[in-house]
Design a protein around this ligand. Structure first.
Ligand code: ATP
Ligand code: MP5
Length: 266
């Protein structure tokens, strides 16, 4: 039977990040993708123009509709703009005993626009993180969440260790914004492991974080263990960057279809 995954995130009208990136990624990685939308964004490769949040009630209805019918084998959580929406998600995840929860603590878009309200961060830590199997902050998010200024790879280990101990989940500190290679650090069960990635010289990186966390969720849904899921997801993101898609006037999207042969879809 086909495995299933759910993304709880915001919509990106330009299709490169958010719900759209998540569903493309899950589909390209062989799982049935579902979505619960937290907010609509009017954005493109140059920036975010506007954000419209959904109501708490409407998000709850989406989650009830999904969990009572096609139960997800894994859940990815991305942009959640407000404390009320965080509380609604936490309650539903608990109520439905959701499993394999990957949390990408999205705060600011690559373009620099704020995607969630400031007061959401503390609620996210208290109510959401304890439900996660894996947390996937980028360097900046890991600094904000841990209070540790990250200057080098040992700081990445320290920040991931602190977050993992505080919230009882595995933490993948992503190195996409580091000055050197794009190495990601996983900390869990009192040990750590590096996932090595050569830096790809591609300026079109819109949605890399959304894509990585969704690919991890897809692999967990298929029954892979955490380390294997991260390794496969990293290979998928790397391939999507190496495909050198070049769309839009700004920080363009990845090629989510790079791993699908044309013969397969014709
Ligand atoms: N130029 C690059 N070359 C190789 N890998 C990259 C590059 N940029 C990002 N990555 C990889 O993409 C994944 C996402 O990491 P990144 O640190 O960019 O997350 P993020 O900032 O949350 O993403 P986003 O840009 O979507 O907000 C990681 O596995 C990272 O190593
Ligand atoms: C709806 C939504 N969710 C997440 C991101 C972060 O992605 P990025 O940092 O690559 O812009 C985004 N831009 N839009």
């Amino acid at each position: 039977m086909m495995k299933t995954a759910l993304t709880i995130a915001g919509s990106d009208s330009s299709g490169g990040a958010g719900i759209q990136a998540d569903m493309k990624t899950m589909t390209a990685n062989g799982v049935y993708a579902m979505s619960a939308i937290t907010a609509l964004t009017a954005q493109n490769t140059t920036g975010v123009m506007s954000i419209m949040e959904v109501s708490k009630e409407f998000l709850e209805q989406q989650l009830d509709s999904i969990f009572t019918d096609i139960y997800p084998d894994a859940v990815k959580i991305g942009m959640v703009p407000s404390p009320d929406l965080i509380r609604a998600i936490a309650d539903k995840l608990e109520y439905y005993h959701a499993k394999n929860i990957v949390i990408d603590p999205v705060m600011i878009a690559t373009s620099g626009s704020r995607l969630i309200r400031e007061e959401t961060i503390n609620i996210m830590k208290d109510k959401l993180f304890p439900h996660g199997a894996l947390l996937t902050p980028n360097l900046w998010e890991a600094s904000v969440l841990s209070g540790i200024t990250i200057r080098d790879e040992m700081d990445m280990v320290r920040a991931a260790e602190l977050l993992s101990k505080e919230y009882g989940c595995a933490v993948l500190c992503k190195g996409g914004h580091s000055e050197k290679n794009a190495n990601d650090l996983l900390y869990y069960d009192k040990k750590y492991r590096w996932f090595i990635g050569e830096r790809i010289h591609n300026l079109n990186t819109h949605g890399t974080g959304c894509t990585l966390s969704s690919a991890i969720a897809a692999e967990l849904a298929k029954g892979k263990d955490l380390e294997e899921a991260i390794q496969l997801a990293k290979e998928y993101v790397t391939g999507a960057l190496e495909a050198m898609l070049d769309l839009g006037k700004g920080n363009g999207p990845l090629n989510h279809m790079w791993n699908i042969k044309q013969e397969d879809i014709l």
